[in-house]
Design a protein around this ligand. Structure first.
Ligand SMILES: NC(=O)c1ccc[n+]([C@@H]2O[C@H](COP(=O)([O-])OP(=O)(O)OC[C@H]3O[C@@H](n4cnc5c(N)ncnc54)[C@H](O)[C@@H]3O)[C@@H](O)[C@H]2O)c1
Length: 331
């Protein structure tokens, strides 16, 4: 039997979720977007019932899951409304732009007993899942030092960047909340939560915006030292994470769908390659995970607590970049 799913916000990522939930073959999908012209186009293209008003969408039927794909400052209010409706909730990253209402969401989620997860899509990547499993096996000991270099030419991937939430911190914009948050969440998933960081950030290159597009972070994740280097103007679309442990190193080359291990004393990297994927494949896998979660099955999706932790990373990085000081992050 199909689950009834409502997508709120049918812009760039919302349309992808709508299509990918349909492609699971397990979901009857409806669409809600405040932009009537956009909604009409999307609803017609995918044959989905469409609503410009959330209350009308919620009154029309009972949904088992609601997927929130609006700008970040609206996520928590919409998630609360979805839980009150009785649905499970899948929230796009970042969880929010501030900590207000986070406790309310946690309490409401707990009381509702509904499944809640956050769409940090790196959790759906087989090469990240496998590297994490290997690190957790303890075969090469504890992680001690992580270095991450990541970037892409954002205008190529998101030509509309000057006209969307990206232009302002208040709406979840800038490199820290939009791009680095994916990477910080992944590193936290691999080696544990960030406890302290120093962040330097600047607007270096992107035309038509003033938010930071380049970020350097020196962080502690408990006993692990982590360096993040990210920009949104470089030509190659690449993400490389080196996780150096007591007895060897793990390297994740996410753009090549590969993770590798170099054991101390070994002659070379041992590589683990994932075959090519279509871009929708990760989002279909993610949609299937969410549907599994609605039915009480275990998933690897980012939990609400993990997303709250990464929200604290985002806020600490913004504060450090403003103040020029290191910021402690409490659990
Ligand atoms: N995981 C990923 O790879 C990924 C990629 C892109 C965006 N995102 C995240 O998804 C969210 C949306 O990003 P986007 O790029 O799709 O933005 P977008 O601007 O393309 O789309 C947002 C849509 O939400 C609609 N909207 C806003 N408030 C609404 C409301 N209260 N009710 C109904 N509709 C409303 C707008 O009309 C717009 O169509 C952001 O949090 C962003 O960070 C994630």
């Amino acid at each position: 039997m199909s689950d009834t799913i409502l997508i709120i916000g049918c812009g760039s990522i919302g349309e992808r979720h709508l299509r990918c939930f349909q492609k699971t073959g397990r979901a009857d999908v409806s669409a809600c977007d405040a932009n009537a012209a956009l909604l009409q186009r999307v609803a017609a293209q995918y044959g989905a019932p469409g609503f410009t008003d959330l209350n009308a969408a919620l009154a029309a039927r009972q949904y088992s899951g609601i997927v929130i794909c609006t700008p970040a400052q609206t996520h928590l209010d919409l998630a609360l409304a979805a839980l009150r409706h009785g649905a499970g909730v899948f929230i796009e990253k970042p969880l929010s732009t501030g900590l207000a209402k986070v406790d309310d969401l946690r309490d409401t989620a707990l009381k509702s007993g509904r499944f809640v997860a956050v769409a940090y899509v790196y959790h759906a990547m087989a090469w990240i899942q496998e590297a994490r499993e290997f690190l957790r096996s303890g075969e090469i000991g504890r992680p001690l030092h992580v270095s991450v270099a990541t970037g892409q030419h954002f205008p190529t991937f998101r030509p509309a960047y000057r006209e969307i939430y990206y232009t302002r911190h208040e709406t979840g914009g800038g490199a820290i909340q939009d791009a680095l948050t994916h990477i910080a969440n992944t590193v936290e998933w691999l080696v544990g939560p960030t406890t302290r960081l120093y962040c330097d950030a600047a607007h270096q290159a992107l035309e038509g915006v003033t938010v930071e597009d380049t970020v350097s972070v020196a962080a502690r994740h408990g006993g692990v030292l982590v360096n993040y280097a990210l920009n949104q103007f470089q030509a190659p679309n690449e993400t490389v994470m080196n996780i150096h442990c007591e007895g060897g190193s793990v390297r994740i080359e996410s753009h090549d769908r590969r993770w590798s291990v170099f054991r101390r004393g070994a002659p070379a990297w041992e590589q683990h390659q994932t075959p090519p994927l279509e871009r929708d494949d990760l989002f279909i896998a993610q949609a299937n995970d969410f549907l599994d979660g609605l039915h009480g099955k275990p998933t690897l999706l980012a939990t609400l607590d993990e997303a709250v932790q990464t929200l604290k990373f985002n806020l600490a990085a913004l504060e450090s970049a403003r103040s020029g000081r290191a910021v402690e992050i409490s659990a």
